[in-house]
Design a protein around this ligand. Structure first.
Ligand code: IPM
Ligand code: MN
Length: 353
């Protein structure tokens, strides 16, 4: 008999619930086909709950999430809530408290999907960004002095310790080995200016690579140059590893080259704990309830989640079904331009599993 997976669902705000519904539809189709069981339990964390109760996230949330095999998240962000409150209070808090120290973001152009990169196709755009997910500028270390005066000072520190850097690099090397494509890991940094933080990253990168991963080719790019090559020669990349802030920025660039927010999926991974899968895009409030938002990112997140849980065949089936739909059905990736509704796209993928 197949396994049973208990999944916590945080559908969230805006179009989050609509895309999550399609993600779940496809996950259940995969479970049915490959003989395992998925139980979903819904959590109402998000903007509406905050506006209703004044509480962003219960203090018990992370502990409660640890009882699950994974978390499946839609989108967080509400037009009536000041930017930062929900993002920091839900998304970043869960990433930190669950120690999801990797943000895994594949940049993969599926056939049929338009890319803004001239003369580039699916054979050129297929790499993965391993973004460190709990450190750097995101730790919130810093503050103001003399706030509100003309002498005001604001500090926000990029903080990394060796252990954080090492565990992220190890994950990236292992991932590159397992991916088994070009066996090339590129460190994206800024060693010419951030001469402390990225010096630490660069030394650790070469030391670990030399000691344990001689089969993996190592490359280094500054972050600004990384952006340039992601546009001009994306085929150079296999796996890119980088710190939190650079990873945030370059994965939006990556997402747009793979067809935009409708398709880009990601996973907040704790290799030893509970991981959380979420589309890179936001809650797109203006499309809420219209049944026109593209659910493929959420569906792809479901595939990543199954892969992480060890259901590799089912994950591959989801990926192949997505490819068949993008190559043969959808006109466009944007909300309202796909030629199908949100629920129809979910049906199209589910029936191909
Ligand atoms: C992302 C988002 C978040 C981040 C925000 C919403 C806090 O941009 O997941 O990339 O910066 O990590
Ligand atoms: Mn981002």
């Amino acid at each position: 008999m197949g396994k049973t997976y208990n999944i916590a669902v945080i559908a969230g705000d805006g179009t989050g619930p609509e895309v999550v519904a399609e993600g779940k539809k496809v996950l259940l189709a995969a479970a049915d086909k490959f003989g395992f069981t998925i139980n979903f339990e819904e959590f109402d964390y998000g903007g509406d709950r905050y506006l209703r109760t004044g509480e962003v996230l219960p203090d018990s949330a992370a502990e409660e999430m640890k009882q699950f095999d994974s978390i499946f998240l839609g989108a967080i962000g509400h037009p009536d809530v000041k930017p930062g409150i929900l993002e920091k209070g839900i998304l970043l808090r869960l990433r930190f408290e669950l120690d999801q120290y990797i943000n895994l973001r594949p940049v993969k152009l599926y056939p049929g999907v338009p890319t803004p990169l001239k003369d580039k196709g699916p054979e050129h755009i297929d790499y993965v960004v391993v973004r460190e997910n709990t450190g750097g500028l995101y730790t919130g270390i810093g503050g103001f002095s003399m706030k509100g005066t003309s002498d005001e000072v604001a500090v926000q520190s990029m903080v990394y310790n060796r252990k954080q850097v090492e565990r992220c690099l190890k994950y990236a090397f292992e991932y590159t080995r397992k991916r088994n494509k070009r066996k090339t890991l590129a460190l994206c940094g800024k060693t010419n200016v951030l001469t402390y933080v990225y010096d630490l990253w660069e030394r650790a990168f070469h030391e670990i690579g030399e000691q344990k991963y001689k089969d993996i080719k190592r490359e280094y790019f500054h972050v600004d140059a990384t952006c340039m090559w992601m546009v001009k020669n994306p085929e150079w990349f296999d796996v890119i590893v980088t710190g939190n802030m650079f990873g945030d920025i370059i994965t939006d660039l990556g997402a747009i080259t793979q067809g935009g927010m409708g398709i880009a999926a990601g996973g907040n991974i704790n290799p030893e704990g509970v991981s959380m899968f979420e589309p890179i895009g936001g809650s797109a409030p203006k499309y809420t309830g219209k049944n026109i938002i593209n659910p493929l990112a959420s569906i792809a997140c479901g595939g990543m989640m199954l892969d992480h849980l060890g259901e590799e065949k089912a994950a591959l089936a989801i990926e192949n079904a997505i490819v068949d739909v993008t190559a043969n059905k959808l006109k466009d990736m944007g909300a309202g331009r796909m030629g199908y509704s949100t629920t129809e796209v979910g049906d199209l993928v589910a029936e191909r599993i």
